[in-house]
Design a protein around this ligand. Structure first.
Ligand SMILES: Nc1nc2c(ncn2[C@@H]2O[C@H](COP(=O)(O)OP(=O)(O)OP(=O)(O)O)[C@@H](O)[C@H]2O)c(=O)[nH]1
Ligand SMILES: [Mg+2]
Length: 328
């Protein structure tokens, strides 16, 4: 075991720039715990980012997202590219490295210096899931990885929003992921860029493929036609094809100058998401700490004060924004 190093801001920055995995591991731990030093690191390294291509994977629990990343890593390492992986676990405050399951599924890659894998808990993070994910992706980018994979488990709603940092969004489903089909159909879930139906050995895989196809057929306006690939992450089946589809999406974005546009939109979205998370945390804290503001909530409950008047008073007091109680 290496002795525990006393990292400083400078040695961390230097280490990350050099792609040192211990520096990266330490930095992501700082991100996880909302340490102000993480913010400083990202601020310092940000000008060098934007080199990595970011692939975001989302989908219901247990569909095989981590297994698929493992299989994709084998493929892209053969192509000579390096990669960073961050699996975001919104239900846990700390992950301490890799989750046990991921450790098994991604174990082929742990000794490979061209790959950095890390799970990250985000529960209780002051800036929320978006902030932690954005910071981790930027750190992996700054460490010189060609590719960054961000895995996050979908909760059924707004799954894709949490990977607003991704250049390509890959939705992973498996036969029986009916909820996700409904969410796509209802427009609750944004249409991803590529869909993988994993566990293709399952007898219902074909049915699932047809269901997904019929949902996508409702959305014929787009220039990009969302490819659907049946995969088997365990046996590595069709993983090269999946990677080719991700590559085609990338080429589509790069060809028409859309990548720059998308990144601009993504980053603006991230700034808003993080600012909103912080504003909300600030608001909750302010109300919890201020008996006068808490009293307003009691008055609303007792029907002595209407809700929008309470909003006006709270917003004026906490943010010093004059409003008439209506959103603009
Ligand atoms: N039969 C079959 N099993 C698979 C396949 N891919 C993954 N699995 C299994 O499915 C289980 C879940 O796989 P994971 O890769 O951990 O899935 P995940 O989506 O990352 O799960 P969470 O991160 O917990 O949401 C594991 O037991 C895998 O071995 C596949 O293609 N076929
Ligand atoms: Mg996983």
């Amino acid at each position: 075991m290496t002795a525990r190093r006393d990292w400083t801001r400078e040695t961390l920055i230097e280490g990350i720039r050099a792609g040192d995995r211990r520096a990266l591991a330490r930095a992501i731990t700082l991100v996880e715990s909302s340490d102000p030093l993480a913010y400083e690191l990202v601020r310092e390294l940000y000008p060098q980012t934007g080199q990595a291509y970011v692939v975001g994977l989302t989908g219901p629990p247990g569909v095989g997202k981590s297994s698929l990343i493992g299989a994709l890593l084998t493929h892209i390492r053969e192509l000579g590219q390096t990669a960073g992986v961050v699996s975001v676990d919104p239900s846990s405050p700390f992950s301490h490295g890799a989750l046990l399951g991921d450790r098994i599924r991604l174990s082929d890659h742990f000794l490979d210096p061209g790959v950095f894998i890390r799970s990250m808990g985000t529960r209780g993070h002051v800036g929320g899931l978006s902030e932690a994910t954005l910071q981790a992706a930027l750190l992996l980018d700054a460490a010189g990885k060609d590719l960054v994979f961000v895995e996050t488990v979908g909760t059924g709603q707004g799954e894709i929003e949490v990977i607003g940092v991704a250049d390509t969004v890959l939705l992973v489903l498996m036969p029986g992921s009916g909820d996700s089909i409904q969410a796509l159909k209802a427009g609750i879930m944004e249409i991803p860029d590529v869909i993988a139906i994993n566990k293709m050995d399952h007898p219902a895989a074909k049915t699932m493929l047809n269901e997904v196809r019929s949902v996508l057929a409702l959305d014929r306006e787009r220039a990009w036609k969302v490819p659907i690939v049946l995969t088997d992450a365990q046996r590595g089946e069709n993983v090269d094809e999946l990677w080719a589809k991700i590559g085609e999406h990338r080429a589509h974005l790069e060809r028409d100058g859309l990548l720059e546009e998308r990144r601009r939109r993504n980053l603006a979205g991230e700034v808003f998401a993080v600012a909103s998370a912080r504003a909300k945390a600030h608001l909750q804290h302010a109300v919890a700490e201020d008996p006068e503001l808490r009293r307003l909530l009691d008055e609303v409950a007792d029907r002595e004060l209407d809700p929008l008047s309470a909003v006006r008073e709270i917003v004026e007091k906490v943010f010093r924004i004059e409003t008439d109680g209506r959103p603009d």
